[in-house]
Structures are given as C-alpha cells and as structure tokens.
Design a protein around this ligand. Structure first.
Ligand code: ADP
Ligand code: MG
Length: 469
C-alpha cells in the first residue's frame, strides 16, 4: 500500500482546472461555487481519476462526496443503459445526501439516472425503477443485497464501487454485507473507500476486496481560532439545566447537543422543552419520515437544538452550526475532536461548550493532551441571560402535502411565495422536496400568514394542504 498522510494545508486551494475533467463538469463546478478543491479532493482526485483503488480519510464536511462523485461521473457512459457505478452508504439520510450531490454535479451531462435503494421504501417501486434502467445506484448494504439476491439489480457493467462512511458502516455491523456485495461485483472494477476516521477494521475490510489501494489520510487539525472551546464545571444534578443556561447566554441559532446515551437525549429534550426551547432529537426508533422532518427543520434553521448521540449524528452534513455542546463528555478524545469539528467550518467561528462533572476529569485530560490545548475553565455562574427574550429559531418550516410524486419542484414553491403571494426572497429559506411532501422554511413573522395564503392559493396550478411544523 502507498500511504500519504498530509497536513491539510499542503493540498488546499488548488484549482479543479488541473484535473482531466470535461468542460461541462468544469462549468458545473463553477456554477456550484466550487472554486478550488478541498484538501481531500486535491489529494484523492488525481489518484481516483487515474483509476487506482483508493482509501481516503478526512473529517466530516471536507468534501468527500464530490471526490468520489467526480471520479465515477467521469467514467460514466450516459448512452449505456446499465448500472456503472454503485455507492454504499450506512443510512438512508446519507444515501439521499450523496444522491443529491451526485445529481448536482451531473447536471451538465444529459439524462444520467441515479437511483436510491434503501430500506423503508417499497421494494416493488425500486424494482420497477431498476427495470427502466439506471446509471448510478446509491443505497444501503442491506437493501442492495436484497436486490442482488432477487436478481433485480444487475451489476455486470459496474466499473466503480464506492464505500462511503466506511467507519460508520463498520460500526453498524455491515461488514459481512459489504463483503458480500463487493465480492459479487466485476473484479476489474475500481473500488473507492471513504471514511471520517480510520479504525483498524477498515484495513481488514479493504484487504478482502481492494486491489493495491493507495491511501490518503488528511490529518486536519482544527484551527483553535475558529473553534472556541470552553469547559464548564457542573455537578451531575444540574447538567441538563445547564444546557439551557449556555443556550440563553451564547444564543446560537443552531446547536448540536451530544449526549452519551439515548436516555440522556430523551431527558434533555424534556428539560429544553420545559424551558421553551425548540429542540428535536434523532434516534434509531424513529420512522424514516420523522427523521427526515427533524433533519430538515434543523438544517433550515427552524429548530434551535438537535440532541443526538454520536451514532445518530455521524456523517450528517449540516452547514452553519454555531455551537456544539457536549452535554456529556465522551470517553474517546478522537470522538470529541470529531464532535466539535462540526462547528467553526469554513470561515465561520464556532463554539464548543463542554459540561464537565467531577468524574469527567480524566476524560478532559485525555482530550487536552490529544488536542495539545490548555483547557479554558469557566464557571456556570458567569453565564448571564443578558437578553432575556426567549431563544427562538429565525425560521418556521411549512409542510406542503405533495412532493416529487406530484412533480412539485422547489422553484414552484418559491414562485408561489414570491410571485402571487408577494413575499420577499429573503423571507423564504431552504426548500426541500421529498417524495410525498415539500418543506419550505419561511421567516417566523410571516409563517401564520403564509400558511393561510398558501392554503387559499395554488402551487403549480393546484390547491395544496399546508401546515406549520
Ligand atoms: P463529507 O462527505 O466529507 O462529510 P460533503 O461531501 O458532504 O463532506 O461536503 C460538505 C459540504 O462541502 C457540502 O455542502 C458540499 O456541497 C461542499 N463542498 C464540497 N466540495 C466543495 C468545494 N470544492 N468547494 C466548496 N464547497 C464544497
Ligand atoms: Mg460524506
């Protein structure tokens, strides 16, 4: 194996022009505002485009999706109606995010069909879509295996296999499923493995079915200037109440609050709700639609706090996170670094706030050693609720019944709101179209009015049902 471990900075800021990409792809990248490669893209794309197998590790949010998407799209022949690339992801949310990113990047090429194959959706519908032909398949290992066993997914023409979030797939016990799938793909394919961390299981997995993989690891150290980290002493009885104090003092618009257990997540949610804070949680027992709604509300800034365990939160691409609160300190310093790396992305500053009980001392020592920092200790007593107005999210999510199945597009909803209904573009936030529903974030002060007017008016010539979540 060829190993490359790079400090992130050495590969940063290089132009996509250096790469052998089509002019159409170059202009798509420009339109998307991808002006230069992220470090992991700069390090991995030349290898992937040259056709080598690759193991690439870089933290969440570093642009790994485009790194493999550009490689598989470059090799794709749109005139050949067969599955030529397949991406395995740990969860449906991640598969949806990957599908969206590939769609965005594929828009200069004509008619590339991408199918998402995950559990929780009806098998038959997927089978019918497969019969109509797909170029790229993105899905979870279990469902992809189902299709392979039933003979509804033909992989004879496959030339690129991607394992995305491989560490998380290992955590979730997908190791045998992945091996099953990989061993049944054509042997002369390229395999690309992407991961946020590098547990030992990855190498064992890779050895089973990758061919002389090159390795790229980005040891990206968080710039302390962007993430401002503070440690607050707390005793266990006041831990959950203290979260509200932090929120009211720092007033972040979006906060990810990490707990070590599901039970703690539930308890925190109750405490925050009692304090009038709009908080939601993600857990494995939720139905897919509920999970989608939680993520949509958090991403479009209509929910202040997302409460989650590490398992529930990993891999989620959430931009604009002002704060991460470690309600419980994790015993694993690497997990800690990963948690707080969700804030302070790009040019934004972020807060990493930690609640530390007497029994957390050793954990903090471990974290401080690994991060080479001197912990900045603070007392909860310093927190002032200066601005005593309640912490409310700036946006409200409206759910419109009707989505992709009804051929509703984001533009139709934006058009209805800013056209006939006369709202300003700035009053409308993120619009997300799912199969059955469309979600649109609107400024809080127009929400009630917008529900009324949308229900009375029409979207794409049809009357629609609308409610505020
Ligand atoms: P990862 O898979 O490493 O967690 P993603 O692929 O989800 O990261 O990318 C994180 C965000 O960065 C996405 O919103 C994506 O659109 C954006 N992004 C990716 N590449 C670039 C680039 N070269 N320039 C600007 N933004 C980018
Ligand atoms: Mg990713």
């Amino acid at each position: 194996m060829t190993n490359t471990t790079l400090p992130a900075a050495s590969a940063a800021g290089r132009s996509f022009n250096e790469l052998p990409l089509s002019p159409g792809m170059q202009s798509t990248l420009q339109q998307l505002g991808y002006l230069s490669m992220t470090p992991i893209q700069a390090a991995s794309l030349p290898i992937a485009l040259a056709g080598h197998d690759l193991i690439a590790q870089a933290k969440t949010g570093s642009g790994k999706t485009a790194a493999f998407a550009l490689a598989l799209l470059t090799r794709l022949n749109p005139r050949r109606f067969a599955v030529q690339a397949m991406v395995l992801c740990p969860t449906r949310e991640l598969a949806d995010q990957v599908t969206q990113e590939i769609r965005r990047l594929a828009r200069s090429a004509d008619n590339i069909k991408i199918l998402t194959l995950c559990g929780g959706s009806i098998m038959r519908t997927q089978t019918t879509s497969l019969e109509h032909g797909a170029h790229i398949v993105v899905g979870t290992p279990g469902r992809i295996m189902d299709h392979m066993e039933r003979g509804t997914l033909n992989l004879e023409a496959l030339n690129t296999l991607v394992l995305d979030e491989a560490d998380r797939m290992l955590d979730m016990g997908f190791v045998d499923d992945i091996a099953y799938v990989a061993k049944r793909c054509p042997t002369d394919r390229q395999t690309l493995l992407f991961s946020a961390t590098y547990p030992s299981g990855i190498e064992r997995l890779a050895r089973q079915f990758m061919r002389d993989p090159r390795e790229v690891k980005l040891t990206e150290r968080h710039e302390e200037t962007k993430i401002r980290q503070r440690f607050y002493k707390v005793d266990d009885e006041h831990r959950l109440q203290a979260v509200g104090l932090l929120l009211k003092h720092y007033r972040p618009v979006s906060t990810l609050a990490f707990c070590n257990t599901k039970q703690q997540c539930r308890s925190l949610l109750e405490v925050l709700h009692a304090q009038g804070i709009k908080a939601l949680t993600l857990n494995g027992d939720m139905e897919q639609r509920e999970r989608d709604q939680v993520l949509i509300q958090f991403a479009n800034r209509s929910c202040s706090v997302l409460v989650a365990t590490d398992v529930a939160a990993r891999g989620l691409d959430i931009a604009q996170l002002e704060a991460v609160i470690n309600v419980d300190v994790t015993p694993d310093p690497e997990v800690h670094i990963h948690r707080i790396g969700r804030t302070g992305r790009a040019d934004e500053n972020g807060w990493a706030l930690n609640l530390c009980g007497p029994t957390d001392r050793n954990r903090i020592i471990g974290i401080a050693q690994m991060m080479r920092i001197e912990p900045e200790w603070h007392e909860l007593g310093e927190l002032k609720d200066e601005d005593s107005s309640p912490l409310v999210p700036p946006m409200v999510t409206l759910q419109i019944l009707g989505g992709r199945k009804e051929k509703i597009r984001a533009g139709d909803v934006l058009g209805a709101l800013t056209g006939e209904l006369g709202y300003a573009r700035e009053q409308v936030g993120k619009i997300t179209v799912t199969d059955q529903s469309t979600y649109v974030a609107v400024a809080r002060n127009i929400a009630v009015d917008a529900v009324r007017k949308l229900s009375a008016g029409k979207v794409k010539g049809k009357t629609v049902k609308v409610r505020a979540l």
